[in-house]
Design a protein around this ligand. Structure first.
Ligand code: KG4
Ligand code: ZN
Length: 353
């Protein structure tokens, strides 16, 4: 069972092929990716219309690249999966339209995949995949959620951000400090030479007693601090970056540990772009080692958006019997869901659109 996966929800076009034959973890055969970061950088953020147009330019050449990488042809593909949401409407429509057209041309089924399920299952692309059940910390540019994952399609939301996502907090704070988009990795790099205790920044909801997050106040505090520094900002920027990173990571780590103790689970999966953050990884690793908890991360290349996680999520749903392929066959009308809660997809099969 060969599954082609197409991701186009935001500013990365990704295409990948997995082999989901048998009952073992689906095997990644190839993946191809194009990031639009350079294109959006002059605008300080993603420009949706430019994103859609670039997905159109990239998606078929990347599909060819993925097929060549796996030394297969499109005729070998059994199912075509695409990101149905959440994400930018126009960008999603490109992937959905191309996936459904290809599927119609090949006479194969097309299936919509939830982008966050892709992130959640991305650690299964690594050589040492996790086992169910686990707690998942999903930290991306658009989402910050803690989830209990009991199996494919079995996701219980434990807590989430009530305003900005962790990635947004990184990006907005970095922008205030004059760093290019997306600021998260730039801020993290600068923070390496700074002192994380230099500035006292708020840790919102740290003692709220629940597993929700709030990051909107942090960027205001960073802005206030930056203004206070005035001309000294340039010389203190590394310290401010380090203090911002420390505040975000501190909250993420403490809430994740609470989720682990509340659920009594001994396994943690960290997914999404912010999962690439070195301080977050080292603090989680140290805290979990002390508590006898195994931590799994996606490979760095699969932390941010990519096609492999979409193909993997589709392959795992197929293997788990959560997809009615017969129902999907010959149904090539589609819609996309720019706003889509993960809890809506379970336990029912992903609809044909
Ligand atoms: O998962 P992702 O590609 O996009 C969404 O689906 O939203 O994550 C992108 C986010 C951006 O906010 C980016 O700044 C952040 O992940 N990010 C990082 C790092 N690498 C990426 N944030 C902090 N430290 C990093 N090393
Ligand atoms: Zn994402």
């Amino acid at each position: 069972m060969l599954v082609l996966g197409i991701e186009s929800s935001c500013d990365e076009t990704g295409v990948a092929l997995v082999d989901a034959s048998g009952s073992g973890v689906p095997r990644l055969l190839s993946h191809a990716l194009h990031s639009q970061i350079v294109m959006h950088q002059p605008f300080g953020g993603v420009v949706p219309e430019l994103a859609s147009r670039d997905h159109i330019r990239r998606v078929l050449p990347l599909t060819q690249e993925a097929m060549q990488g796996a030394q297969r042809t499109l005729a070998d593909v059994d199912v075509i999966a695409y990101t149905r949401g959440p994400g930018l409407a126009g960008a999603l429509l490109v992937g959905a339209g191309v996936a459904c057209s290809l599927a119609a041309a090949l006479g194969k089924p097309a299936m919509g995949v939830h982008h966050l399920e892709g992130h959640l299952l991305s650690p299964f692309l690594s050589a040492d995949p996790p086992e169910f059940p686990f707690v998942a910390l999903l930290v991306s540019g658009g989402h910050t959620q803690l989830m209990r994952v009991d199996g494919v399609g079995s996701y219980e939301l434990l807590g989430e951000t009530i305003d900005d996502a962790a990635g947004e907090a990184f990006d907005k704070s970095a922008k205030l400090m004059g760093m290019p988009y997306p600021g998260g990795p730039h801020l993290a790099r600068l923070a390496m030479s700074g002192d994380g205790t230099a500035f006292k920044l708020p840790r919102p909801l740290l003692h709220s007693g629940n597993l929700d997050f709030s990051f909107a106040g942090l960027k205001t505090a960073v802005l206030t601090q930056a203004k206070k520094l005035g001309d000294d900002l340039e010389s203190r920027k590394a310290d401010l970056a380090a203090s911002t990173q420390a505040a975000i990571v501190d909250v993420l780590v403490k809430k994740t540990l609470s989720a682990l103790s509340q659920t009594a689970l001994k396994r943690l999966v960290v997914a999404g772009g912010v999962g690439a953050n070195a301080l977050l990884r080292s603090q989680l690793n140290a805290a979990c080692r002390q508590r006898g908890i195994r931590v799994h991360y996606p490979e760095l290349a699969f932390c941010t958006d990519n096609g492999a996680m979409i193909a993997m999520a589709a392959g795992m749903r197929l293997q788990a019997g959560l997809v009615d392929l017969q129902r999907l066959q010959d149904r090539y009308t589609f819609d996309v869901k720019p706003r889509w809660n993960l809890s809506e997809i379970q336990p029912a099969p992903v609809p044909a659109g």
